[in-house]
Design a protein around this ligand. Structure first.
Ligand code: HEC
Ligand code: HEC
Length: 293
């Protein structure tokens, strides 16, 4: 008799504990502040460039701003990149330092809810806390722009809370970070996997939208767009200089210019990187197959 009660009670307790752990907000120090120094702001500006934030968050009215509105069509609905200027009414004017770490590194909203992974927060999870704070410093230094961006259009079964489970599955699927012997290749890997989130488009996904890391960069489809593979095999004919020039101009070794969404990546991100960072990305993509320890 007692066992009959104990068993369901303990199953319930374990279930509640699991739920608690899944939904529990990430632990972030409350004692953080955003630097307003020119150095912090300019570090943040570079991270926003190398992070490709502009391609998604550029204003639909004025593409020179980060006032949002651009729609991303996916198999799971259309997601609109929000206004990330410090406007109090329609942007992030009320954000605190910790909100930037929670959003960029953990995909959590200031109120503890979940962002949809159309926002590549899993890639940005590899940023340091200081980098997330520098990004916050830069965004808060921008001129506030009033631009209301609508909610995502998702199928009825997809709620923000479902992302909690998705996050756990994506975490389990992701392999341990590799170590690279060469400093430039390691920097390139970080720029590709984290800040530049190249795999968000170039790595295929399963039916739940979780990247298939065993086929990293093997090419994919995004909405109607076909995204070419950029793995070791696909890049075997490209030299380091070919790749570097491509990141700067979008010019391929066969003399053609790249098109589609990759144009935005070149324009807003890779063409504005430092020479050293472009070379690091090129080293990673043209040598990473042999550089793995
Ligand atoms: C691939 C497109 C994409 C890229 C690249 C991207 N974002 Fe976003 N971002 C989104 C989408 C879509 C959302 C909203 C997700 C949702 O509705 O749950 C979002 C949400 C946010 C939010 C939350 C805003 C709010 O009002 O709650 C912030 C802050 C943010 N992004 C900053 C950044 C920064 C900084 C970068 C670059 C380091 C970046 N994003 C790169 C698409 C993107
Ligand atoms: C928003 C999605 C997206 C992101 C992010 C992205 N790419 Fe692409 N990439 C594409 C698309 C789409 C194409 C194909 C464009 C075309 O049809 O010309 C492409 C093409 C390429 C090609 C040419 C491949 C070939 O054989 O012609 C290279 C190289 C490449 N991308 C590298 C990168 C690197 C490096 C990054 C990260 C810094 C990156 N991409 C991030 C969408 C993306």
């Amino acid at each position: 008799m007692r066992l009959k009660i104990l068993l369901p009670v303990s199953i319930l307790a374990v279930g509640l504990l699991v739920l608690f752990l899944i939904f529990y907000p990430p632990t972030i120090s409350a004692d953080l502040s955003l630097s307003t120094s020119p150095e912090g702001i300019s570090r943040g500006e570079y991270l926003v460039t190398a992070g490709g934030c502009v391609s998604c968050h550029k204003g639909d009215e004025d593409s020179q701003t980060l006032s949002g509105g651009h729609g991303l069509a996916t198999d799971f609905g259309t997601f609109y990149a929000p206004n990330i200027t410090p406007d109090r009414e329609t942007g992030i004017g009320d954000w605190q330092a910790r909100d930037f770490i929670a959003a960029l590194k953990h995909g959590r909203t200031p109120s503890g809810s979940f962002y949809f992974p159309a926002f590549p927060y899993r890639a940005y999870g590899g940023l340091t806390d200081q980098e997330a704070l520098d990004i916050g410093s830069y965004l808060m230094s921008l001129a506030p722009i009033n631009n209301y961006v609508g909610d995502p259009e998702t199928p009825f079964w997809l709620s923000r809370w479902a992302v909690a489970g998705w996050n756990i599955m994506a975490e389990i699927a992701e392999p341990q970070a590799q170590a690279f012997e060469e400093a430039a290749v390691a920097r390139g890997a970080y720029l590709a996997r984290n800040l530049g989130h190249c795999g968000e488009c170039h790595t295929p996904r399963n039916s739940l939208g979780i990247p298939d890391y065993s086929n990293e960069y093997a090419g994919a489809e995004l909405g109607e767009e076909v995204i070419e593979p950029i793995d070791g095999e696909a890049m075997s004919d490209w030299t380091l200089d070919n790749f570097d020039l491509f990141l700067l101009l979008g010019l391929k070794p066969n003399g053609e210019f790249v098109g589609g969404d990759m144009n935005d990546v070149i324009e807003h991100n890779t063409s504005k990187l430092t020479d050293a960072d472009r070379a690091a990305l090129a080293a990673y993509f043209t040598r990473h197959n042999v550089a793995v320890i």
